[in-house]
Design a protein around this ligand. Structure first.
Ligand SMILES: Nc1ncnc2c1ncn2[C@@H]1O[C@H](COP(=O)(O)OP(=O)(O)OP(=O)(O)O)[C@@H](O)[C@H]1O
Length: 626
């Protein structure tokens, strides 16, 4: 209940939500109360006041039988809204049934239903309404059915699309594996996940139905006398438009206002539920964290320079800053690894480097530059082109990063076609060569396949091949081997190393596995709670690691000499959430060496030796540093 309350509250807190909700309450309140309060006045005829213009007694004038137009308009609200809601509910229900039918029926009947829906969607909705209105007869019920049937194909298509997106998700697959039948999967997993979007669409669609119904009644094929709705009132007022324009204009304006109420409220709900609308609390800037880290040493012009990088996101209670002042640089062809537990800010750092943090996320830094070009500020065409050709990104889940509906060859060809001016044929040849370079067998056949036709390891190599299509200067690989078995893991890492050796590409490799980093990179950055806590050459990691956190990570890696009888070493406790970073050293609560100063003062990253930086008050303490 509390969750629902907060959604409604969030809707009415937005200006659009507040205005539309007020309008909707007014319309619905009138629909409920008007027939009770003014039903008699609306029906009363007055032969002494036939077809009169506006007056004190009749604000909008009277109709040809002397009935008060304002009262009739108010009373007509109930029937107009009732019929609109009836048509909308019937249409959405029919659409839902048609849209879900292919998931329950077998393949052939399912395809048949889909084909019928596709054909029906192609017809203009207005034509369908008029056609069905004639088929079902010119009665109120006929008009409701006509509207419902005419809009059902739209909702069927929407349902199919939404259901297909949910059906591909892991929890649906898990339910199937657990033995859930099609119907149960539909009811338990698919419908609950699409109902929100369907309801919002129906709310917005109700506005269209309101106008459509008024149109049908106006044309004489909707509500029939003696009943009356807004369309009927408009129909009756139109002949008097020259003598009493209010008689025609007032119903038209009423229809527009009511339609706006539904439409805008639907839009406001969609904004709040679908897109995170930053509240006023986020209108300020995120918290700035001053840092004076010691710079690292890179010989020559750095390929990538990151100084005091801070990445923040708006949360429910204000901004959180999961990356809180990261500084490092890389030279051309360097291989740098970032290691740390889950949530330490590795991926967010990588995304910021690749300029992939979307608004409302905020990226600030004293310097963030790639090949001498600043990556701060909004991306322009030149910057996008530079990143598209010089920087490659390999993600953890290639299935999510490859377009499932596009053949491998087409996806690989995008960069050469977009950025190198190659035609499709030559780009495809290049794609085949790129797949061969990452040792994918039968590359000429694979380019004609879709991602789902490849194994997980192959897909990951396709991602690397895609990165290599443009001779990148830097490959950012975010957990590229986590989902792979050990053999394929090492194949993928070898591809990265080959890309480095053959093309001189720098590699920024992110992993929570320190052994992966130590075998692939020259240098390792250890991250904890959004900061680098240690930076040292991988060759020295087992001998010179000084931060208690790095040492705890190393102790947690089993090796050949690990006693199998003993439980594996673990780091006690959990890293703090970005919005709950304590004062002092963020690792203090888990650190065996922590003392009073660690709890109160935050250590900065300082140089303690050749290419070695540490953020720890006890880095020089021989017992801690081992
Ligand atoms: N778009 C976002 N909005 C809000 N918070 C985010 C967003 N992306 C990441 N975070 C938060 O930033 C923190 C760091 O996330 P990040 O993905 O960088 O961790 P990580 O070290 O890569 O962990 P993992 O190894 O699990 O991927 C997490 O607490 C995460 O919840």
């Amino acid at each position: 209940m509390a969750r629902h309350d907060s959604v409604w509250l969030r809707i009415v807190r937005t200006p659009l939500g507040a205005c539309s909700a007020a309008l909707l309450v007014l319309v619905l309140g009138t629909a409920v109360l008007a027939p009770v309060l003014w039903g008699d006045q609306a029906a009363a005829t007055d032969i002494d006041a036939l077809s009169q213009g506006p007056s004190a007694a009749h604000v909008l004038g009277t109709d040809s039988l002397g009935r008060d137009i304002l009262y009739r308009l108010l009373v007509a609200t109930r029937l107009s809204i009732e019929l609109t809601l009836a048509a909308t509910i019937a249409g959405v229900t029919l659409g839902l049934l048609l849209g879900l039918a292919p998931f329950v029926l077998g393949r052939v009947p399912g395809r048949f239903v889909t084909a019928v829906v596709n054909i029906a969607v192609a017809f203009p909705a207005l034509l369908l309404v008029l056609f069905f209105a004639v088929v079902f007869g010119t009665t109120t019920r006929g008009a409701v059915l006509a509207l419902a049937v005419a809009m059902a194909p739209f909702y069927a298509r929407l349902t199919q699309t939404l259901a297909a997106s949910v059906a591909g998700r892991d929890f649906v697959a898990a339910a199937r594996v657990a033995g859930a039948g099609r119907f149960r999967t539909l009811v338990r997993h698919i419908i609950p996940n699409i109902s929100g979007q369907l309801i919002i669409n129906a709310m917005i669609g109700a506005a269209g139905n309101l106008v459509a119904f008024a149109g049908l009644s106006f044309l004489g094929i909707g509500v029939q006398p003696p009943q009356y709705d807004w369309g009927r009132t408009l129909n009756e007022g139109l002949p008097a438009i020259y003598t009493n324009p209010a008689a025609a204009l007032a119903p038209a304006v009423t229809v527009v206002i009511a339609a706006l109420a539904f439409n805008l409220f639907g839009e406001a709900t969609a904004q709040v539920m679908g897109v995170r609308v930053p509240s006023r609390r986020f209108s300020g800037r995120p918290h700035q964290v001053p840092r004076t880290e010691e710079p690292d040493q890179v010989s020559g012009e750095p390929l990538l320079a990151v100084k005091n990088l801070r990445v923040s996101f708006p949360g429910r209670d204000g901004w959180t800053t999961p990356v809180r002042g990261v500084s490092f640089s890389m030279g051309a062809g360097d291989a740098v690894g970032i290691v740390g537990e889950s949530g330490s800010g590795k991926s967010v750092t990588a995304l910021a480097v690749a300029k992939l943090i979307e608004r409302p996320g905020s990226v600030v830094a004293d310097e963030l530059s790639f090949e001498g070009n600043s990556l701060l500020g909004a991306a322009d065409h030149r910057q996008r082109r530079m990143l598209g050709t010089s920087l490659a990104m390999v993600f953890q889940d290639p299935m999510a990063s490859l377009n499932p509906a596009m053949k491998i060859g087409r996806q690989l060809s995008e960069v050469p076609v977009q950025h190198q001016g190659l035609d499709r044929k030559r780009a495809l040849d290049k794609a085949v060569r790129a797949l061969q370079a990452v040792r994918i067998q039968a590359a000429a056949r694979r380019v004609r396949q879709y991602p789902h036709q490849l194994s997980g390891g192959m897909r990951q190599r396709v991602m690397i091949a895609m990165g290599l299509m443009a001779t990148p200067r830097l490959i950012v690989a975010d957990e590229p081997t986590t989902a792979l078995d050990v053999t394929v893991q090492w194949q993928v890492l070898r591809q990265l190393q080959e890309a480095r050796a053959d093309q001189g590409a720098g590699i920024l490799l992110i992993s929570h596995d320190i052994s992966v980093i130590s075998r692939t990179c020259d240098r390792v950055l250890v991250m904890y709670a959004g900061r680098i806590v240690e930076d040292l050459p991988t060759a020295a990691i087992f001998t010179r690691a000084s931060h208690p956190y790095t040492r705890a990570l190393l102790a947690a890696v089993p090796d050949i000499e690990t006693d199998r009888e003993q439980p594996l070493a673990v780091i006690p406790g959990r890293p703090p959430e970005p919005d709950q970073i304590p004062a002092g050293c963020a690792f203090a609560a888990r650190c065996p060496a922590a003392d009073a100063v660690c709890g109160s003062d935050d250590p900065v990253l300082i140089s303690i030796g050749d290419r070695h930086r540490v953020a720890c008050w006890h880095a020089h303490d021989p017992e801690v540093a081992g």
